[in-house]
Design a protein around this ligand. Structure first.
Ligand code: PBG
Length: 333
C-alpha cells in the first residue's frame, strides 16, 4: 500500500515505544490510604483483600514500608468505637483522639512523609453522615462547618501537611482556610474533594470504618448522601464546584470515585491549573482484587493500566489502595 503515515513505525521496538510514551507512573504519584483503629491487633478488612485496619504501632511500620517503596504521602482514616460516636461527631476534634495521635506519631518518626487527613464527621457520627443531621432529618451545612473547622485545626496542630475535606458541605474550603490561617497554619495545604459523587463504589470503605448511614432512634436519617454528594448524572456541576474551591483557596482538586469519572478528571484538568487528584476508591480496588483472586484478570497488568489511565485523563496524583503493590511494580519495570 502507498501509505505516507504508518503509526506502527513508532510501535516497532520497545525502545521506540518508550521514547514516545506520553504518560508514566511513579511512586510519587500515589497517595496511600491507611485505616487506623484503637486496638493492638491488625484487622484484615473482608471486602478489601490486602488492606487492614492498623494499630498505631503497625501503622508506623506500614507507613515506613510505603516510604521505602518511594511513596511520599499517606491519608489516614479512623475506625472509631461506637461509644465515642455522637450526633454532632465532636470526637473529630478531640486532640487526644485517634487521628491526632496517629499524625503526631507519623510526623515524629517519619517526618518527611506527607500526612494527609480526611475532614468529615462520618467516622464520628452516630448517624453515619458527613454532617450533623437535624431532628427533621436534614444534613445541616453551616452548623457542620463549625465542627469541620475545629477538626481541621486539630489535625494541623498535630502536624498534618494536607487537609482533605471530603464532606461536600458548601463553603467548607474557605472556612477551613480561614480557620487555619487565623491560627498560623498558612503553610498547611487543602486537598479538596471537589467533585465527590454519591456513589455505590464506597461500599467496602464504609465496611472498613463501619460508617454507613443508620437510624438508631426515632430521628429520620437520610438513607444515602445525595443531598450533599454529587449526582452521578452531572458533569457541568463539577466545574461549579471546582471554581468555588479555587476561589475559596484549595491547593489541589480531587475527583472521586475515579474510574467511572474519568471524564470529570479530564474536564477539571482543562478548567484548572491546580494539580488534580483522582481517588481510585474502595469498590474499584475490590473489583480488581475479586477478579484477580479468580484468575479472571492479570492483577498487576490491570492495576498498572488502570493507574496509568488516571494519569492520561489528567490526574497528577492518585489515591489508591494499590499504592504499595504498584510502587513495587513500577520500580521493577
Ligand atoms: C467519608 C469518606 C468516604 C470515602 C472517603 N472519605 C465515604 C463516603 O463518603 O461515604 C470513600 C473512600 C473509598 O471508598 O475508598 N467522608
Amino acid at each position: 500500500m502507498d501509505l505516507i503515515y504508518r503509526p506502527r513505525r513508532l510501535r516497532r521496538t520497545a525502545s521506540l515505544r518508550s521514547m514516545i510514551q506520553e504518560n508514566t507512573l511513579s511512586a510519587s504519584d500515589f497517595i496511600y490510604p491507611l485505616f487506623v483503629h484503637e486496638g493492638k491487633d491488625v484487622q484484615p478488612i473482608g471486602a478489601m483483600p490486602g488492606i487492614n485496619r492498623w494499630s498505631l504501632d503497625s501503622l508506623l511500620k506500614e507507613a515506613e514500608r510505603a516510604w521505602n517503596l518511594g511513596i511520599k504521602c499517606v491519608v489516614l482514616f479512623p475506625k472509631i468505637s461506637e461509644s465515642l460516636k455522637t450526633e454532632d461527631g465532636v470526637e473529630c476534634f478531640n486532640e487526644k483522639g485517634l487521628i491526632p495521635r496517629a499524625i503526631r506519631l507519623l510526623k515524629k518518626e517519619l517526618p518527611e512523609m506527607t500526612v494527609m487527613t480526611d475532614v468529615a464527621l462520618d467516622p464520628y457520627s452516630s448517624d453515619g453522615h458527613d454532617g450533623i443531621v437535624s431532628s427533621e432529618g436534614v444534613v445541616l451545612n453551616d452548623e457542620t462547618i463549625v465542627n469541620l473547622c475545629k477538626q481541621a485545626l486539630v489535625q494541623a496542630q498535630s502536624g498534618a501537611d494536607l487537609i482533605g475535606p471530603s464532606d461536600m458541605m458548601d463553603g467548607r474550603v474557605g472556612a477551613i482556610r480561614e480557620a487555619l490561617d487565623d491560627e498560623g497554619f498558612e503553610h498547611v495545604g487543602i486537598i479538596s474533594y471537589t467533585a465527590k459523587y454519591s456513589s455505590a463504589y464506597y461500599g467496602p470503605f464504609r465496611e472498613a470504618l463501619d460508617s454507613a448511614p443508620k437510624a438508631l432512634n426515632a430521628k429520620p436519617i437520610p438513607k444515602d448522601k445525595s443531598t450533599y454528594q454529587m449526582n452521578p448524572a452531572n458533569a457541568r456541576e463539577a466545574r461549579i464546584e471546582a471554581h468555588l474551591d479555587e476561589q475559596e483557596g484549595a491547593d489541589i482538586l480531587m475527583v472521586k470515585p475515579g474510574l467511572a469519572y474519568m471524564d470529570i478528571i479530564y474536564r477539571l484538568k482543562q478548567e484548572s491549573d491546580l494539580p488534580i487528584a483522582a481517588y481510585n476508591v474502595s469498590g474499584e480496588y475490590s473489583m480488581i482484587k475479586a477478579a484477580a483472586a479468580k484468575s479472571w484478570i492479570d492483577e498487576k497488568a490491570v492495576v498498572l493500566e488502570t493507574l496509568l489511565s488516571f494519569k492520561r485523563a489528567g490526574a497528577d496524583l492518585i489515591l489508591t489502595y494499590h499504592a504499595c503493590d504498584a510502587a513495587q511494580w513500577v520500580r521493577d519495570v
